[in-house]
Design a protein around this ligand. Structure first.
Ligand SMILES: Cc1ncc(COP(=O)(O)O)c(C=O)c1O
Length: 386
């Protein structure tokens, strides 16, 4: 893999810092485009909505549009210059004021997740243009997604069992709810092309059911979820195999409409490294605590209640000589929650050494509780080299 963070240029880091490499974002987007050439590629802003990343994606035309989940994300996308028609809105909480702004700027797609949301859109006069997709929570979960958010009891989408009621509502309001298809986001961190194809198959089967119910489907959105690990041993989704599976299943099914995907992590994860100095080292009853300047307040995903359940991927910037030691990495917050996974092996850790956490360009700062204890925000730097 491209270990761009080994570069000497980062030797001056002396406080918590994210470094993002824009060349890697470009590379990831080119890869997805090349291998999944017959899809519409949206970027899920929740993974990282830094304005510089959005500007890059927009100006370099790396993607076809964006998936936003809140009023704040909608405004960020508009500020970056994405045409409203290229914006798709999904998320379980869409208050009236959010939907009102979506309609007034004329976003291209709203993925509704309940009859209540459809009622709200009707109250606001309906969607005069664009596409309405129905987010569905299928009966079966796809086990290949490590973080599953459908196929079980969830607040996301309409349960497959209740599809009839939702479709009846859509049928009765066709003039204000321009139904075009379905959206299913199965979850995150899928590394199996076979798992992704099972998911695609399930969504196409659902599309058939909807069509048989009397509502034609011209768009399916398969959500995101292509995996990119920030743990050791490192893993990533084989996008060539994902692309092949997608083409195969689609061909078998004979679906001729538009297929959308909306990855977040896969496009940006490898582009970002979080770096933080060691502040203090302490022994307590047989455990060595390495207390970092920044912790889960900057990188919640590595906490044991975040996503991280595997071996933390951490490197020391200066590969000093000396003994390896098993240590517990903790952050600066006054809570035991602020600890990065389990014990990790570090070579000769010293106060002032900078630790690097690779592959955290996604779900880093954007999902961290930065307000707790009011520590300064980390710096965010951008570089652009192969
Ligand atoms: C609706 C929806 N789409 C896309 C994504 C992006 O997922 P990922 O970053 O795993 O690709 C998410 C993530 O939670 C999501 O909820």
């Amino acid at each position: 893999m491209n270990r761009w963070w080994d570069d000497k240029r980062f030797g001056d880091i002396d406080s918590p810092t994210y470094v993002y490499n824009q060349a890697i974002i470009r590379e990831q987007a080119f890869l997805v485009r090349k291998e999944m050439n017959d899809i519409t590629l949206l970027y899920a802003l929740k993974a990282n909505s830094h304005p510089i990343i959005l500007d890059q994606m927009k100006n370099e035309e790396l993607i076809d549009g964006v998936d936003v989940a809140s009023l704040g994300e909608l405004r960020k996308a508009l500020r970056a210059g994405f045409p409203p028609g290229s914006i798709s809105v999904t998320g379980p909480s869409k208050p009236l004021r959010f939907l009102k702004e979506c309609l007034s700027v004329q976003v291209g797609t709203i993925c509704v997740e309940s009859i209540v949301e459809m009622e709200r859109i009707c109250t606001l006069g309906g969607m005069q243009s664009g596409n309405l997709l129905l987010r569905v929570n299928p009966k079966e979960e796809v086990r290949a997604f490590q973080l599953k958010i459908s196929g079980r009891s969830t607040p996301f989408g309409v349960d497959e069992e209740d599809l009839g009621e939702a479709l009846d509502y859509l049928k009765s309001r066709r003039h204000v709810l321009p139904f075009k298809g379905i959206h299913v986001h199965a979850g995150s961190q899928c590394f199996s092309a076979r798992g992704f194809s099972l998911h695609t198959q399930a969504v196409l089967d659902l599309a058939n059911d909807v069509k048989n119910y009397g509502l034609p489907v011209s768009i399916i959105n398969l959500g995101g979820g292509m995996g990119y690990g920030n743990w050791l041993p490192h893993r990533k989704a084989d996008i060539v195999a994902f692309g092949n599976q997608l083409r195969y299943i689609r061909g078998q099914h004979g679906f001729e409409g538009e297929v959308r995907i909306e990855p977040g992590r896969f496009l940006v994860a490898p582009s970002g490294v979080y770096a933080t100095p060691i502040c203090t080292i302490k022994e307590s009853r047989g455990t060595t605590f390495v207390i970092l300047e920044g912790g889960v307040n900057h990188l919640f995903a590595l906490s044991h209640i975040g996503y991280q359940t595997k071996q933390i991927w951490v490197e020391k910037q200066s590969f000093g000589e000396g003994e390896s030691k098993k240590v517990q990495l903790v952050g600066p917050l006054c809570t035991p929650v602020d600890s990065f996974g389990g014990l990790v092996e570090l070579k000769n850790p010293r106060v002032g050494d900078v630790l690097l956490f690779p592959c955290n360009g996604s779900y880093g700062l954007s999902m961290s509780p930065t307000g707790f204890l009011s520590h300064p925000l980390p710096q965010e730097r951008f570089v652009d080299y192969e």
